[in-house]
Design a protein around this ligand. Sequence first.
Ligand code: B1M
Length: 214
Amino acid sequence: MFDSKIVMDALIAGDESRLTGLVQNALDQGVAANEILNQGLVAGMDIVGEKMETREMFIPEVLRSAKVMGIAVKILKPLLVGDDLSGKGKVVIGTVKGDLHDIGKKLVSMMIESAGFEVYDLGVDVSPEKFADAIKDKNAQILCLSALLTTTMPMMKETIDVVAESGLRDRVKILVGGAPVTQNFADQIAADGYATDAGSAAKLAKKYYSKSFN
Ligand code: B1M
């Protein structure tokens, strides 16, 4: 049986060798990569968030957990493949301006890539203009925006506005996500779609791509 608690504890402690050992062990015992990701790593990161809020953990410790999470996710990456898509679409993704959170965005990027898309990940703190330029340069059909802070959510709307002002709104579907983002907010800012997690973001990208561009 998979003991997600010890994985969560190693992530919270930021213990790289213990965490990678536990992840590898679980895989060797036949535990599904998705289960390790969601019940171990993502759940562990939620506790990190709670501890950050109650000041039981501070930024350097949170960063250490974030770093070891990235290392553990790399072990899982080849096993998190989705079903392939014929006829590759292009996706531009990034975390909006002012926001430095990238773990969730990287997971979304990975799952979308696994679904057969060509993904251009612009990183974090990405300005609306940079998003618009990348849509044009890469000829992308889908734009994915991530925001983890309530204070950076309005930047999603600004990005959509700049994309529209650049004359690109009709040729790109815009999907949004991140912990504070909701379907209601997505509707308010006239995004085309909202996804709660990386798996549903990949599904949504596939749905829009096959509906609108094939
Ligand atoms: Co920050 N932080 N942080 N932080 N941080 C949160 C978000 C917070 C909720 C913690 C808390 O107080 N409980 C809080 C926000 C409060 C709010 O706005 N309401 C917060 C704060 C306040 C801050 C600072 C302001 C702290 C400070 O400096 N005083 C600061 C801001 C810096 C900035 O961005 N300008 C800050 C800094 C940091 C670190 C740098 C230390 C670090 C980030 C490191 C990194 O990313 N490389 C960090 C971390 C790690 C967190 C928490 C603990 C974990 C985030 C995470 O990685 N989760 C977070 C608490 C929490 O969210 N529980 C917190 C795991 C990840 C897999 O989930 O990112 O939600 P998530 O992604 C999911 C979905 O949301 C979705 O799919 C993903 C996978 O399933 N999704 C998408 C995400 N993007 C999507 C895009 C899509 C679709 C789905 O497009 C279609």
